[in-house]
Design a protein. Structure first.
Length: 402
C-alpha cells in the first residue's frame, strides 16, 4: 500500500447561514472554487495532474447539485483533465472525502487528489435534498428518527450532563475560537473571500461570540423541548431507551453548532505525486474508519468509531496527542471525553463549531486542517479527527506529522 500524505489545506471563513450573512451573495460553486484557486496558487499546482477533486456536500441540489466539484473546477480555471465527484455522509462528508481520496491513493489509482467540501446553508437550506430517512415511515420508524437536538438532549440525560455542563463547554468553545483568531492561529489556512471586484467580503469567521458568558446563555430557552414533547419525539427516544423516564432539555442555539456557509479543501497525494509537484508533505494519513451506531442516540458514533479505529490500527487513546471532534452539540463532545477519560486540554483546542459554525459538507475537512495546524504549532505528532453523523454513524481519521 502506498503512503498517503497531506501536503496543504485551506478553508474559507464561515459566514452566518442567513440571508444577511456575508457569504450569502456567493453562489455555492464559487464558494467551492475559492479553495481550489487558493490551493493551486499557493502551491503552484499543475492542475492537469490533479487526478480527482472530491467534495462533500450534504444537500447537493439546485446550484449545489450536478457534481459541484466539477462545476467549481470550471469556475476556478482548472484543467479540463481534472475530474470531480461529490459525496455525502451527512456531517462527515468533508472528512470522508479526504478518506476516499486516501483510499484511492493508497491503492495506486491516483497520485494527487484535492478533497474537501462545501455547504452554502444560507442559499441551499438544510434538508433541501429530502430523503426517506425524514419522510418514509418504513425507514424512520426502525431508525428511531427524531431531530438531532432531541437526540443530543437524550445523550445529555442518559450520561448525566446538566444545563450548566453544556453551557460551560459552549463558553469555553467561544473563548478558544476568539483566542485562536486574536493570536493568528488561523492566518495560514483561512483565505479571505473576495467579490468579483477583488474586495474582501469576509476574512474572519462571522458566527463567533467570544464574549459569551454563562449568564448570557442562561437567558436562552431550550430549543428542542417543543419538538420533543409536543412533536412526540421524546416518546421515540424513550421507546429506544426505556431506562430514560423523561428527557431533560438542555441544548439551545448557544451550545449547539451554528448554521453557516463555508468551504474547505485538502491537498493529498502519494510521495511520487508530491515530488512531481515539488511539494513537501506535512502529515501522513495513518488510518480511517466508519461505523454505524445507535440510531436513537444518533450522535454517539464518534465513541464507537474511535474504538473501532484504535483496534484496527493497533493504537490506544494514549497514542493520540490531540483530538478534534465536531461540536454538533455540547453533549456530543462531553460524552466523548467521558467515554475515553480525555482531558479538555487536548480536545478542540482552537475552538469548534459551537463558536465558528458547522457548514455541513465542509466541516470534516476544516477540522482536519485545524488539528494539523495545531500539531505543528504545538510541536506534537498525532491527532484523531472524528464527527457524529445523522441516522447514527461515525467517521474518524488518524494523522501523524512527518
Amino acid at each position: 500500500m502506498t503512503d498517503v500524505f497531506i501536503y496543504d489545506h485551506v478553508r474559507t471563513p464561515r459566514g452566518r447561514g442567513k440571508k444577511d450573512g456575508a457569504l450569502h451573495e456567493v453562489p455555492t460553486p464559487r464558494l467551492a472554487a475559492k479553495v481550489l484557486e487558493a490551493l493551486r496558487d499557493r502551491n503552484g499546482l499543475d492542475t492537469s495532474l490533479v487526478d480527482d477533486i472530491i467534495m462533500g456536500c450534504v444537500d447537493p441540489v439546485m446550484e449545489a447539485g450536478a457534481v459541484i466539484p466539477k462545476a467549481a473546477a470550471f469556475e476556478a480555471g482548472y484543467s479540463n483533465r481534472a475530474p470531480g465527484m461529490q459525496i455525502s455522509r451527512f456531517c462527515a462528508s468533508g472528512l470522508d472525502a479526504v478518506n476516499f481520496a486516501a483510499g484511492k491513493i493508497a491503492q495506486g489509482a491516483d497520485d494527487i487528489v484535492i478533497a474537501g467540501g462545501v455547504e452554502s446553508m444560507s442559499r441551499v437550506g438544510m434538508g433541501m435534498s429530502g430523503g426517506a430517512w425524514y419522510m418514509d415511515p418504513s425507514v424512520n420508524f426502525p431508525g428511531y428518527f427524531m431531530p438531532q437536538g432531541v437526540s443530543a438532549d437524550l445523550i445529555a440525560t442518559k450520561y448525566g450532563f446538566s444545563r450548566d455542563d453544556v453551557d460551560a463547554y459552549a463558553v469555553e468553545s467561544q473563548k478558544r475560537a476568539g483566542h485562536s483568531w486574536d493570536n493568528g492561529w488561523f492566518d495560514r489556512s483561512v483565505i479571505p473571500v473576495k467579490d468579483q471586484n477583488g474586495i474582501v467580503i469576509l476574512a474572519k469567521d462571522e458566527h463567533m461570540r467570544p464574549t459569551t458568558t454563562m449568564q448570557s446563555l442562561a437567558a436562552l430557552n431550550p430549543s428542542f423541548q417543543m419538538p420533543g414533547e409536543m412533536g412526540g419525539f421524546e416518546a421515540v427516544g424513550i421507546q429506544a431507551h426505556p431506562e430514560i423516564e423523561k428527557i431533560t432539555y438542555v441544548h439551545h442555539a448557544g451550545n449547539s453548532s451554528g448554521i453557516v456557509d463555508g468551504s474547505a479543501a485538502v491537498l493529498v497525494g502519494s510521495k511520487a505525486g508530491g515530488e512531481t509537484m515539488g511539494l513537501k508533505p506535512r502529515a501522513r494519513i495513518r488510518h480511517f474508519a466508519n461505523i454505524g451506531s445507535d440510531p436513537a442516540l444518533m450522535l454517539t458514533g464518534p465513541v464507537d468509531v474511535t474504538e473501532k479505529l484504535l483496534k484496527r490500527s493497533g493504537m490506544t487513546i494514549a497514542d493520540i496527542d490531540l483530538f478534534e471532534l465536531n461540536e454538533a452539540f455540547a453533549a456530543v463532545v462531553l460524552r466523548y471525553m467521558q467515554a475515553f477519560d480525555i482531558s479538555h486540554d487536548t480536545m478542540n483546542v482552537a475552538g469548534g463549531a459551537i463558536a465558528m459554525g458547522h457548514p455541513l459538507g465542509a466541516t470534516g475537512a476544516m477540522i482536519l486542517g485545524t488539528v494539523l495546524d495545531e500539531l505543528e504549532r504545538r510541536d506534537l505528532n498525532t491527532a484523531l479527527v472524528t464527527l457524529c453523523i445523522g441516522a447514527g454513524m461515525g467517521t474518524a481519521t488518524i494523522i501523524e506529522r512527518v
